[in-house]
Design a protein around this ligand. Structure first.
Ligand SMILES: [Zn+2]
Length: 344
């Protein structure tokens, strides 16, 4: 086993020209390259035209000259080093392999046992891998690349299938991108570096780890132990306890939480922006000036921030707990029986 090779591959996925060179693979155990190629993750591409000089300590890159002398003796490769003159380059150093992105998408779909077939939604950037069952729910799985590139949000916005997905799960190669790249609801994101391994010549995705993470996020609190409720609100005293810890909330986020909690007790229901506007800015509302979306978003972020700071929930958990959807408004994702609102 040499997952170093797979790690090297993950580091290449998010660069513009995802290539591995003869030098990159020089230390790999015998057969490992063949396995990656058989798995459909790499394919050999044209030879490098320049290499790093390994005859001196400068690390300079030189163009390769191919010389056949005497004729018929086969080509030999050389570079010119200022220190050492003409330096022979073993032909193996010139070989290059490209990460086969479509092959990788297919391998991931297979690793997830995804149904429906792979679809490239944005060329070389966004792939729909299919539907798969994770944590007992049907999920739509995606693989994306270049989340740190400046055009990522635009590219993603153009991928309709992604925008309309229910419970999307997104795979990225190496680095967890910051939350703001998603430009909307946060999908569940998994990093392949930590999730995938090569077995034989198949890419194996650790689905049980995905189940575990998704299950933890879907159930933000453990099942209530006896009288332990996830959320207890006392509107009279303006007090809010999340998992028995007092959460400090200023007036507006508190009022919004009460609204959301009342609806959540009646079932998983959305609260429109208008109702929030009316509850938080009653005078402006009465004058026919509803709050802007930004104003409402700010109150929701304050609420999430307090849940993170005092309630100890993760950023993603907070976004799931206090969920927003552009069409619907806001919703508190807690089961009714975990919410208690004291009579005023
Ligand atoms: Zn040199």
């Amino acid at each position: 086993m040499c997952d170093e090779g797979l790690q090297a591959l993950w580091t290449r996925v998010d660069v513009r020209q995802p290539l591995l060179t003869g030098d990159d693979i020089a230390e790999w155990p015998d057969g490992y390259l063949d396995r990656l190629m058989a798995a459909g993750l790499l394919r050999e591409t044209e030879n490098a035209r320049s290499v790093v000089c390994d005859a001196c300590a400068e690390g300079h890159v030189e163009e390769v000259q191919l010389i056949e002398s005497p004729p018929g003796s086969g080509f030999r490769a050389y570079i010119v080093c200022p220190e050492n003159g003409r330096v022979r380059v073993p032909l193996a150093r010139l070989r290059q392999w490209a990460v086969d992105l479509s092959g990788l998408a297919r391998a991931l779909a297979a690793g997830l046992s995804a149904a429906a077939g792979v679809e490239e939604l944005a060329p070389g950037r966004v792939w729909f891998l299919g539907r798969t069952a994770l944590d007992g729910q049907s999920r739509e799985a995606f693989f994306v690349r270049g989340t740190a590139w400046p055009d990522f949000r635009t590219v993603l916005a153009g991928a309709r299938r992604f925008q309309e997905a229910t419970r999307p799960v997104v795979l990225v190669a190496e680095i967890m991108p910051p939350e703001d790249v998603w430009g909307g609801d946060l999908p569940a994101v998994f990093v392949l570096r930590a999730l995938a391994r090569l077995e034989g010549d198949s890419l194996v995705v650790d689905r049980s780890e995905m189940d575990r993470v998704l299950g933890r996020d879907r159930r933000p609190s453990a099942a209530p132990r006896g009288k332990d409720l996830a959320l207890r609100i006392d509107p009279g005293g303006s007090l809010c306890y999340f998992r028995n810890v007092l959460v400090n909330l200023s007036k507006m986020p508190f009022d919004v939480l009460v609204l959301l909690a009342e609806e959540a007790k009646a079932g998983p229901r959305w609260v429109s922006r208008d109702r929030i506007s009316e509850a938080c800015w009653p005078e402006e509302w009465a004058r026919g000036n509803p709050a802007t979306e930004d104003q409402i978003n700010n109150v929701a972020s304050e609420l999430r921030k307090a849940l993170r700071k005092d309630g100890g929930v993760s950023a993603r958990e907070a976004l799931i707990l206090v969920q927003s959807k552009s069409k619907n408004g806001y919703r508190l994702n807690l089961p009714a029986h975990e919410i208690e609102i004291a009579a005023a």
